[in-house]
Write a protein that binds this ligand. Structure first.
Ligand SMILES: [Zn+2]
Length: 158
């Protein structure tokens, strides 16, 4: 497979390796946002999180924590852990990867998302939409809604 990150994980293309375990591999980004900016990848080719087997995903997040821990030990106060899935989300190399970026106060890095002004009804509608995409009739049998009385507070689920 002609994949840059597969070649890096196999050693065919040299990289600045900083971590490796059975399933995962981490190396320095050649265009770092900050010194030590690392990429953590599964060794096996996975396009994105939807394409990755559970074992790879589990190993990957532990590797991400290891790499972030290395930065913390060097005195970085904080880290950004970023993952882009798909080209519209900014994924450029189509081999699953997490960016781990060491952060310090006033380091000049700005990661900002535009925020949409919303209201409670819109949030309810968005949550309902997402929940409806998850519900499978055989997975989540629908319980008959019980009619609640006005003084039935003790039975309410919060
Ligand atoms: Zn690959």
């Amino acid at each position: 497979m002609d994949c840059l990150f597969c070649k890096i994980a196999s050693g065919e293309i040299p990289s600045k390796k900083i971590y490796e375990d059975e399933h995962s591999f981490a190396f320095l980004d050649i265009n770092p946002a900050a010194e030590g900016h690392a990429l953590v990848i599964p060794k096996r080719h996975c396009r994105d999180i939807f394409d990755a087997p559970e074992a790879e995903l589990q190993s990957l997040i532990i590797a991400v924590k290891e790499v972030a821990g290395m930065m913390k030990k060097l005195g970085y106060e904080d880290v950004n852990i970023l993952q882009n899935t798909g080209k519209h989300a900014g994924q450029i190399v189509h081999h699953l990867h997490f960016h781990v970026i060491p952060r310090r106060e006033e380091d000049g890095i700005f990661i900002k998302f535009p925020r949409i002004h919303t209201d409670d009804a819109s949030l309810d509608a968005a949550a309902k939409k997402l929940l409806s995409s998850k519900q499978e009739p055989e997975e989540m049998p629908k319980e008959k809604p019980r009619k609640k009385e006005k003084d039935d507070w003790e039975d309410l689920d919060w």
